[in-house]
Design a binder for this molecule. Structure first.
Ligand code: NAD
Length: 321
């Protein structure tokens, strides 16, 4: 069995490698050659932790396995990350455990890759201003990956606590793009592409604040009850997602679906656009919205890439198991 420790991931797996892995698996999902299995997520009644599994199988890449982990809210007091993830990969021919891969950084990279894939396939080619709502842990990964998708000339950012926006300004500066902290009216009025990456349970961005032609990547809502944008905005947009079953239950679309404003049949899997089976954006003034819910197959795809890179780079730990 191969072990790729968490400490090796940063040196091994680039944002580009994650982008390629996530784009491939979204395409596989839309072709029905890859399938996510039902998610298990439980409050364990200890340490206030939420623990669970996301799993699946991609018949094209033969990635089979699961991501195990969850949220331990008091980890920060111990100097640890609150979100903890480990990916286990299995040999699709024999069922033997093939690899164990640290999944914390990979989770951030695969989430950022998902919104970047949506920008590549759905944002207007002339997009020049990137808006980002949220300045938490995930936000810098989101920003870095998005900036590679279009020749953005400016980043505008908003966060509930504006003092946290410095981390976004630093990434923009590193990429040579000016950054400005703005209110939500200006963010919507200026941005061609907007990423939302918060843990909000109430709409932040209103439909009236978003211009025709905008592409939104709503990445924060991954649980029942969370919400980042007004349902009227979801209803006005052409909605794309990683997986429809998750979008209507735990994604940003859940609220518009519950109100009857849209149905599952109105939502398109982004893999269909990648495969050329759906045209994607049809008009310059169309609002496109990617509901990125986060699927287990993304984790397996990037963990498989990490194993390949670790083997090639000679840093994989091999154990007899
Ligand atoms: P974090 O705790 O580091 O940051 C949370 C962010 O949400 C901060 O910017 C905070 O200001 C903002 N926020 C919280 N409540 C808010 C409110 N009521 N109104 C406006 N802003 C509010 O979290 P993170 O690690 O950056 O993750 C952000 C979100 O992304 C979480 O909801 C997380 O579950 C989700 N997530 C999604 C995926 C996916 O695949 N879609 C993957 C990982 C994380």
């Amino acid at each position: 069995m191969i072990i790729v420790p968490e400490r090796e991931i940063a040196g091994l797996v680039s944002a580009d490698a994650c982008f390629a892995a996530v784009e491939q698996v979204f395409a596989s999902m839309a072709k029905k050659s890859a399938r996510n299995f039902p998610v298990v997520r439980e409050a364990i009644g200890h340490a206030d932790a939420l623990y669970g599994f996301k799993s699946g199988f991609d018949r094209e890449s033969l990635a089979l396995g699961l991501k195990s982990g969850g949220f331990w809210p008091r980890n920060t007091e111990r100097g640890l990350t609150n979100h903890q993830s480990t990916v286990f990969l299995f040999d699709a021919d024999t069922g033997r455990c093939r690899a164990m891969v640290g999944g914390n950084l990979l989770t951030a990279l695969r989430t950022a890759a998902a919104s970047a894939v949506s920008i590549k396939h759905l944002a207007r080619a002339d997009s020049r201003v990137l808006g980002i709502v949220g300045a938490g842990h995930q936000s810098t990964f989101q920003l870095r990956a998005a900036l590679d998708q279009r020749p953005f000339e400016k980043v505008v950012g908003w966060n509930l606590h504006p003092e946290k926006l410095g981390r976004l300004a630093a990434v923009a500066a590193e990429k040579g793009v000016p950054f400005e902290a703005v209110d939500l009216d200006r963010l919507g009025a200026e941005a061609d592409v907007i990423i939302t990456i918060t843990s909000s349970f109430a709409p932040i961005l209103r439909a009236a604040q978003v211009r025709p032609g905008t592409h939104l990547a709503c990445m924060g809502t991954d649980t029942s009850g969370k919400q980042e944008v007004e349902t009227a905005l979801v209803a006005r947009a052409t909605v794309f997602t990683d997986e429809i079953a998750q979008a209507v239950t735990i994604g940003e679309a859940q609220h518009a679906v519950a109100k009857g404003l849209i149905g599952a049949g109105d939502i398109v899997e982004i893999g269909a656009v990648i495969n050329g089976d759906h045209p994607g954006r049809a008009a310059t003034r169309e609002i496109t919205l990617f509901d990125g819910t986060g699927v287990g197959l993304q984790d397996l795809a990037v963990a498989s890439a990490a194993v390949d890179l670790a083997l090639a780079g000679g840093v994989a730990v091999e154990v007899d198991f």
